[in-house]
Design a binder for this molecule. Structure first.
Ligand code: AMP
Length: 481
């Protein structure tokens, strides 16, 4: 099946071919004809599946017929949860729309609003926006959504996780009732289903394989290490193995800054990106990383969302994520489009419970290794893990409502905490899922050999408190796809 056979015009196919794509990905093969028909669409697809082109290409095609946008008007509106994703989607629109006469713009918070007002004044065929800044512009009368023909909600689950539902609803009422709606989401929670029910009219439904069924091509490894030796081990791995283009995930913004500093001191060029960094700093770090000027990019989960780097060779989990699904998102950043990649996790005694949750989620055991000179202390005691929401509270006081900490975009409407909507405020620190679940820990003998058994955890009652909350959250996330 070729792009032309899917019903796309020569000008669009030419741009796609020039971009190096010869065959549609599964989501594209299904979504493109469905969108071209003009009906609504509910699509289950994650970043990395080619979903962006899946909606961008048929959207461009459909907009080819019809009047160009009048001043302040918009013909297609794409809402995304993060600035980075918004910027990338709009870049795709420009790439694929190279040979057609359609205009596009991207708007998000954290940058000067005036150039955005000026740009919208001329009218935009395709507007890609984060919800907060779009609402600001709507309130100022800078943009008019009455002529929107196509609405796309990209990564809708993330938008809900990040507390955007009220903003989305406020935007939806400003759209004309007659329009095409496309909803893309990696997961189908009850909230997503409710949103889809209210928004979509008899939608076509498609779902492509989740990333966690394609992670086989990523080589995954766990290095057991003591908490305070992690940065030295990372420095050692990067230097000894000549790693370039290393994307490192930390749990907290503070942790990201500290690690970038430690790496710089060891003569490894590194920058941190997270919700407290200005948009300019984030853009610069990302550009330098993509062009290989920067050896290491240290990121929190939210800042890294939507980062799209082809052929990223190394992903390092400096801290394990609190939500098992984030592990899959993280390591899926390598091994894209058939390339093999390597994902290593530096795991200390505090994180054994998280590791077990991840292994259950991906339904496989990850190979354990220790690096000579960095063997973990077998008698080390687990300490509670600091969570993002705690970091946020310590720095900025308690949250007053969901929005206050839920917008990592730095949209001025929602603050720039990066506290992360996935992390529920007030969650207790986690230190493992309890002893009675240990029987299910995979291959204990190996884990014991490497000092990575789960028995050093705090010994809380099985599935009490945090573990039960996590289990529920996991059921919600994974059980209802
Ligand atoms: P997305 O899921 O939209 O974030 O896309 C993931 C990656 O797949 C991006 O790096 C795209 O450039 C790439 N991609 C999209 N469509 C294709 C295709 N048909 N063939 C090869 N790569 C693609």
């Amino acid at each position: 099946m070729s792009f032309a056979e899917l019903g796309l015009s020569e000008a669009i196919v030419r741009a796609v071919t020039e971009n190096g794509y010869t065959q549609p990905t599964p989501i594209q093969a299904q979504a493109i004809p469905a969108v071209l028909k003009g009906g609504d669409l509910l699509a289950g697809a994650q970043t990395g599946t080619g979903k962006t082109a899946g909606f961008t290409l048929p959207m461009l095609e459909r907009l080819l017929s019809g009047q160009r946008a009048a001043p302040r008007q918009v013909r297609a509106l794409v809402l995304t949860p993060t600035r980075e994703l918004a910027a990338q989607v709009e870049e795709s629109v420009r790439t694929y729309g190279k040979y057609v006469k359609l205009s596009s713009a991207v708007i998000f918070g954290g940058v000067n609003i005036n150039p955005q007002i000026q740009r919208l004044e001329r009218g935009v065929d395709i507007l890609v926006a984060t919800p907060g800044r779009l609402l600001d512009l709507l309130q100022q009368g800078a943009v008019d959504l009455k002529k929107v023909e196509i609405l796309v909600l990209d990564e809708a689950d993330r938008m809900l996780d990040m507390g955007f539902i009220r903003d989305i609803k406020r935007i939806l009422v400003l759209l004309p009732p007659q329009r095409q709606n496309l909803l893309f989401s990696a997961t189908f929670s009850d909230e997503i289903k409710a949103l889809a029910d209210g928004l979509l009219n008899n939608p076509a439904m498609i779902e492509v394989a989740r990333r966690n069924s394609t992670i086989e091509i990523v080589s995954q490894k766990i290095y057991g290490v003591d908490r305070d030796q992690k940065h030295k081990l990372l420095t050692h791995l990067i230097t000894e193995r000549n790693w370039f283009q290393v994307l490192v995930f930390t749990r907290t913004k503070h942790g990201a800054n500290k690690l970038a500093e430690q790496l710089n001191k060891a003569d490894i060029s590194a920058m941190a990106i997270h919700g407290n960094k200005s948009q300019a700093a984030r853009t610069r770090a990302l550009a330098e990383f993509k062009s290989s000027k920067l050896q290491v990019l240290v990121a929190t989960d939210i800042a890294a969302r939507g980062i799209d780097i082809d052929q990223l060779p190394h992903v390092v989990n400096y801290d394990l994520p609190n939500v098992p699904e984030d592990y899959v998102h993280r390591i899926g950043r390598t091994g894209r489009a058939g390339a093999t990649g390597e994902a290593v996790s530096l795991v200390c005694v505090d994180e054994h419970g998280l590791l077990r949750d991840i292994e259950r989620f991906i339904k496989r055991e990850i190979t354990r290794e220790v690096v000579a000179g960095f063997e973990p202390d077998p008698n080390a005691k687990a300490q509670p893990i600091q969570l993002r929401s705690q970091e946020h509270r310590q720095r900025s006081g308690p949250r007053t409502n969901n929005r206050s900490g839920a917008q990592p975009n730095g949209d001025k409407r929602g603050g720039s905490s990066g506290a992360g909507g996935r992390q529920q405020a007030g969650k207790p620190a986690r230190s493992g899922s309890g002893q009675s679940t240990q029987a299910a820990a995979p291959q204990r003998s190996q884990t014991q050999r490497t000092g990575l058994s789960s028995s050093t955890n705090s010994g809380r009652p099985a599935l009490g408190g945090q573990a039960a909350a996590n289990a529920n959250q996991q059921r919600r996330r994974s059980g209802q796809r």
